[in-house]
Design a protein around this ligand. Sequence first.
Ligand code: KIV
Length: 272
Amino acid sequence: MSTSVPVSPPDTRPVTVPDVRAAKARGAKLAMVTAYDYTAARLLDDAGADLLLVGDSLGMVMQGHANPIPVTLGEMAYHTRCVARGARRALVVADLPFLSYQVSPRQAVRSAGRLLKAGAAAVKLEGGAKMAAAVAACTAAGIPVVGHVGLTPQSVHQLGGFRVQRDADRLLADAIAMEAAGAFALLVECVPAELGERITAAVGIPTIGIGAGPGCDGQVLVFHDLLGLNDEFRPKFVKRFAELGAAVRDAVGEYCREVRDGTFPGPEHSFK
Ligand code: KIV
């Protein structure tokens, strides 16, 4: 195990699917962050994120829904186009939204192809053994797939809420099924740390955890959570690396005051 091995050389060579796959054997931890727009993608790429996930969490943090279910394939394609324009080195992975792949493997290939045409290098889909045929069909069509097991937010109603998943036997079987179907990486969400470690040991592909403990081969956080932009949702697994929400409120408050008292715009911001 190594603490600071880069996934691709520290130059600007783009991260590839084989780089991600090989990261596990090299002991290189994968750093993934969600991104939904061009500016954020540029910033995250500059900061060294290995993978940008155009997550269907955009339904919550960008659109204000309670869960990702309302997000459409057209919306995912739009955000993927924006992010892909901003990514230089990071690998762009786009989420297949609810009901864009569950109907049949053929539907999965068509939907995934649309996200690749929008600029993603790979897609992510939720579900384990039950989605193996969809993963296999996409992989056979040349579309790299990241599997997603554990808490799968598109099944929030079936799961009874956003809660830690503890069914170890089923989750291990799901992870193994995703790898066998051709997934090149596996996102593991909200499982006890010990189970995150067991899943990571059970598969040959890298695991990327969110609320799955330090034993995973990489980590992912939602942009708004990582940067402290989201006060409504503060789960235990989120570490806020900045308090940008407070910074935005302070800066905009100052702008409003200056507009009202006439300080802004000053002569330096005005044309002669
Ligand atoms: O949609 C998303 O942002 C996700 C998270 C688990 C990272 O899948």
